[in-house]
Design a binder for this molecule. Structure first.
Ligand SMILES: [Fe+2]
Length: 274
């Protein structure tokens, strides 16, 4: 059968586009760290937090084609900024705990003022091994599984994974000053609707990867359970904010498309509209 030049070009475009998109997403975009900056408005009673800077990283899935250089780049930016606290929103691994060691070696270089705090992801709970908390602790990360830490002007609270663990909000905040503002970490973003605490100025989450692969004019092709209502970005409910990061790593396929790895830097700001 003789194929015309026009027909051949049409076939190449049809079959070649997905291959080219996969190649771009795998070889280029998933290695390209996007540093995003978002202002988080404060209720007026918490204006003393104006300027507080939080870095959010997560969804490393380091056993799935994790890149040390990508983590090292993020750590360098955090240290140069500098930020006041880092919150790691979980899913350090997909299922192979051996990946914790190289990941934690890179994370151990973080130097935020109040410290680095981490919560568990569903994958960390499903494939739990003591190496996860032990190596995080050795790297200087305070793992918060239903635990809160008083940092002076604010508290940081971490909930266990909703999908893979046993979160307990009341227990987590029971000893905190009733007037103190809370920054919380909870892996699954849709949990933002599951409680109401006027002290929570900010919840940070991950889990969705922002979809990881996004179609032009459509958005994420796939979103996980407990991550479908709030897939990515800044959401607000009364005086509380939710920020969902796209995360850094990849799951299932070593590809990101229209959804690059993210280091999110959030700055608390007095709300000028209030
Ligand atoms: Fe997850």
């Amino acid at each position: 059968m003789k194929i015309s030049r026009r027909n051949l070009l049409a076939r190449l475009a049809f079959y070649g586009s997905p291959v080219a998109a996969f190649g771009y997403g795998s070889l280029i975009e998933r290695h390209w760290l996007d540093i995003t900056r978002t202002d988080i408005p404060l209720a007026s009673r918490y204006n003393h937090l104006d300027g507080l800077k939080i870095a959010v990283m997560g969804d490393f899935h380091f056993d799935d084609w994790g890149s040390r250089s990508l983590i090292a780049s993020a750590v360098k930016v955090v240290n140069e900024e500098p930020v006041d606290a880092v919150i790691l929103v979980g899913d350090y691994i997909s299922d192979q705990v051996g990946a914790m060691e190289p990941l934690c070696e890179e994370l151990s270089h973080l130097r935020p003022r109040f410290g680095t705090f981490g919560v568990m992801g569903n994958h960390d709970c499903w494939h739990f091994d003591l190496a996860i908390p032990n190596l995080l602790e050795k790297a200087g990360v305070q793992l918060l599984r239903n635990r809160a830490i008083d940092c002076g002007e604010f508290a940081i609270a971490g909930l266990d994974s909703y999908w893979g663990g046993s979160p307990d909000i009341e227990f987590t905040v029971k000893d905190l000053d009733p007037e103190k503002p809370i920054l919380s970490g909870w892996h699954e973003p849709d949990t933002f609707d599951y409680y109401k605490d006027p002290r929570t100025v900010l919840q940070v989450s991950g889990h969705t990867h922002g979809g990881q692969v996004r179609a032009p004019f459509y958005g994420p092709l796939l979103l996980p359970e407990f991550g479908r209502k709030y897939p990515y970005g800044h959401y607000r409910n009364e005086n509380s904010s939710l920020f969902v990061t796209r995360g850094i790593g990849t799951l299932n396929l070593p590809v990101r498309f229209l959804c690059p790895p993210e280091l999110a830097i959030l700055t608390m700001r007095r709300d000028k509209t209030a």
